[in-house]
Design a protein around this ligand. Structure first.
Ligand SMILES: Nc1ncnc2c1ncn2[C@@H]1O[C@H](COP(=O)(O)OP(=O)(O)OP(=O)(O)O)[C@@H](O)[C@H]1O
Length: 319
């Protein structure tokens, strides 16, 4: 069953730009330009694209904040802009850059407010809160005012707030932005549980391809308001021929090393950068380097979403 349905959805904005000292010109920006897609109940879908591609505009229409200029849109059986109250009970929203929690209140009070706003029955509220507190390790933080929480703690607090009313759909906008590696891991693990065990449908906007790799079985790429890819991440990497980079710190400076399946793209003293196809595991390349050269440290860098999309276009232009 499709839980989110879009049929030729468009949204334009009229912007006025200055063209001279006194002259202003009206221009139409097609932020979303004919989107058609379905998302099945229980799916976890990545929604990515370069800056200004139309992601936020899409999410705003899906949450009923913006009305489409034209087209049909349904979320969990309702028209978002017309039935905002009914929709609010069925969706949860988390913005990585903003909080929905009350800044000066302890976490516990924000949750209590959510309980009243959504009229969550007591037993359900208690069960959901207990589960979130346990999985997100919020136990010691419930009485702390939100402004005193670290970014990672606040994000975990926001996730719990978005899920107390058992939404069918969870929209996440950059949920791991600015978090350290450990906090990112915790947030991803929690989201995986929410999606796989609770069956919550997740739509995730992110600039971090690792979020997509670890959580989503489908990724949609939007650019200039249009869908330019809909498939799995490996498919996206394959179309874009994108590459990940293994950065190795050798015990000593050397000329470019030779490793099967990867090529050295940069050398700086004992540090070398090796590119390899993004859809392949880093493990064989790491093993091949470690077998032949003494290593001090290593890390893997994901391609930037902008690069993947640029390569995808270059490929289409050549092909
Ligand atoms: N309220 C508005 N008024 C005028 N133009 C707008 C408005 N909202 C968005 N736009 C324009 O619509 C286009 C799409 O913007 P949108 O915020 O949806 O992109 P995005 O993919 O979310 O970008 P980012 O990754 O930077 O958040 C951009 O050209 C933007 O300038």
């Amino acid at each position: 069953m499709a839980l989110i349905e879009l049929e030729d959805v468009r949204r334009s904005f009229t912007v006025r730009t200055r063209t001279g000292r006194l002259r202003r010109e009206k221009r139409e920006v097609h932020a979303v330009d004919g989107l058609t897609f379905d998302i099945e109940a229980g799916a976890c879908v990545g929604y990515i694209g370069p800056n200004g591609a139309g992601k936020s505009t899409t999410i705003k229409m899906l949450t009923g904040i913006l009305v489409p200029s034209s087209g049909q849109l349904r979320v969990a059986g309702v028209d978002p802009a017309r039935e905002r109250t009914a929709l609010a009970r069925r969706i949860g929203v988390v913005f990585g850059q903003r909080t929905t929690l009350w800044w000066d209140l302890p976490l516990r009070d924000s949750y209590e407010l959510a309980r009243r706003i959504y009229r969550i029955p007591d037993a359900r509220y208690r069960a959901n809160l207990d589960r979130c507190v346990e999985l997100l390790e919020l136990g010691g933080l419930l009485d702390t005012p939100v402004r005193q929480l670290s970014l990672g703690q606040r994000m975990r607090g926001d996730l719990a707030a978005a899920l107390l009313h058992d939404p069918q759909v969870l929209y996440l906008d950059e949920p791991t932005i600015g978090l350290d590696v450990v906090s990112k891991g915790r947030v991803r693990e929690f989201l995986r549980q929410v999606n796989r065990e609770q069956g919550t449908t997740v739509l995730l906007t992110t600039h971090d391809l690792v979020d997509i790799e670890q959580l989503c079985d489908r990724v949609m790429v939007i650019d200039h308001g249009r869908l330019v890819h809909d498939g799995d991440l490996a498919g996206l990497h394959a179309v874009g021929m994108s590459e990940r980079t293994l950065v190795v710190d050798l015990a000593e400076a050397r000329p470019p090393i030779e490793v099967a399946g990867a090529r050295v793209v940069k050398v700086d003293g004992p540090r070398q950068w090796l590119a390899f196809p993004a859809q392949q595991s880093a493990a064989p390349v790491v093993a091949a380097v470690a077998e032949r050269y003494p290593l001090v440290d290593l890390s893997v860098r994901e391609p930037a979403i902008e690069d993947v999309i640029a390569k995808m276009y270059a490929r289409v232009a050549i092909g």
